[in-house]
Write a protein of this length. Structure first.
Length: 82
């Protein structure tokens, strides 16, 4: 079973790039896949996450993880959805 995460991000955000690199690190060992949502294309998402990005969301639980976070915290987020 794949673990699916949404990464709320914006272009040219070095923290968002770091978060995606962390997801890539975990992808093989934790069956992780993700999609990136650009928050500037949605006024509601921009208002909700503008000062918190990057933000990870476990879609099946709705659990959010806002920056700063560690690899271990991402693993905890993944495990909460199983």
């Amino acid at each position: 079973m794949r673990n699916h995460i949404t990464l709320y991000s914006t272009s040219h955000c070095h923290l968002c790039e770091q978060a995606e690199a962390m997801l890539a690190t975990l992808s093989m060992t934790h069956g992780l896949s993700w999609r990136i949502i650009e928050i500037t294309e949605d006024a509601d998402l921009l208002a909700r996450f503008e000062l918190k990005i990057p933000v990870l969301e476990r879609k099946n639980t709705g659990k959010l993880l806002c920056w700063p976070f560690t690899l271990e915290e991402i693993v905890d987020l993944i495990n909460q959805g199983q």
